[in-house]
Design a protein around this ligand. Structure first.
Ligand SMILES: [Zn+2]
Length: 257
């Protein structure tokens, strides 16, 4: 059986604190071969590295999520982040980007500044950038046009098909979560179909985004079987092929041999 690569997870999240070891064993038993553990601020980035160092099948990224964009104005934090990138377990920068969904978020100016700094960091160290974008596609595309990335992935894709085409044209990979199993997933599924097979990734974004039939529960990487099955059905392929293709794509993107 092909092994699953979960290209975006947060095992550094508090919700995994109590049964973290059991969950990691459970997901490996279920056929998950590799996970990317994603940092979202300086604290969770430190923990992502610690966890990746403790687990052979885990790699990590370090970065500042738009929800914590203000941290990118702190020189000490940015210096620590830059140092962390040299760690051999750190395979990407991020997640970074723009999120205009909530009214109480940092201003677009603060978010853009953090995003651009991390694009530059990713390019400087030849690492891919993990991009988070929500209700901010126009600004995201503008920044990526102005500050082109050497490589990266737009994770948990939720935008339009047209924007998806533009991101693919920029050479980026596109990650899909359990959202594609939801009843109202038409938009995500239409976008998925314009992504070349060699740019597709599957991800949980756990503990969030549990796929059907587990929607609303705490998500973990074992649930990617549902996401892979849905993707396979939509693209007319076998589930095992999707698991193999998305794993090879993730290994290429994150430079994992
Ligand atoms: Zn995430």
């Amino acid at each position: 059986m092909e092994k699953i690569f979960d290209s975006h997870s947060h095992y550094n999240d508090d919700s995994f604190k109590s049964d973290y070891k059991e969950i990691l064993k459970h997901i490996q038993d279920s056929g998950v071969g590799t996970v990317m553990n994603v940092g979202a601020d300086i604290h969770s980035s430190r923990l992502a590295i610690k966890q990746a160092e403790e687990n052979d099948f885990m790699y990590c990224s370090v970065g500042i999520h738009p929800h914590d964009a203000i941290q990118a104005r702190d020189e000490a934090i940015m210096a620590e982040l830059e140092e962390m990138i040299a760690n051999p377990k750190v395979k990407a920068v991020g997640e970074a980007g723009l999120d205009y969904h909530y009214d109480d978020s940092w201003s677009p100016e603060v978010q853009k500044e953090a995003f651009i700094k991390q694009i530059q960091l990713a390019n400087k160290y030849n690492k891919p950038l993990i991009i988070h974008t929500r209700d901010a596609m126009q600004d995201t595309l503008e920044i990526l046009n102005e500050y082109p990335l050497k490589s990266g992935v737009v994770h948990c894709y939720s935008g339009s098909r047209e924007s998806c085409k533009q991101l693919v044209k920029m050479g980026l990979y596109i990650g899909f979560t359990g959202v594609i199993t939801f009843k109202n997933a038409r938009r995500a599924l239409e976008s998925m179909k314009v992504v070349p097979l060699d740019r597709l990734l599957i991800e949980t974004d756990c503990p969030y985004m549990a796929p059907e039939p587990n929607r609303g529960k705490r998500c973990d990487s074992s649930m990617l079987h549902y996401v892979a099955q849905k993707m396979a059905d939509e693209l007319g392929l076998e589930k095992d092929e999707i698991i193999r293709i998305t794993r090879e794509n993730a290994e290429r993107l994150f430079n994992i041999i």
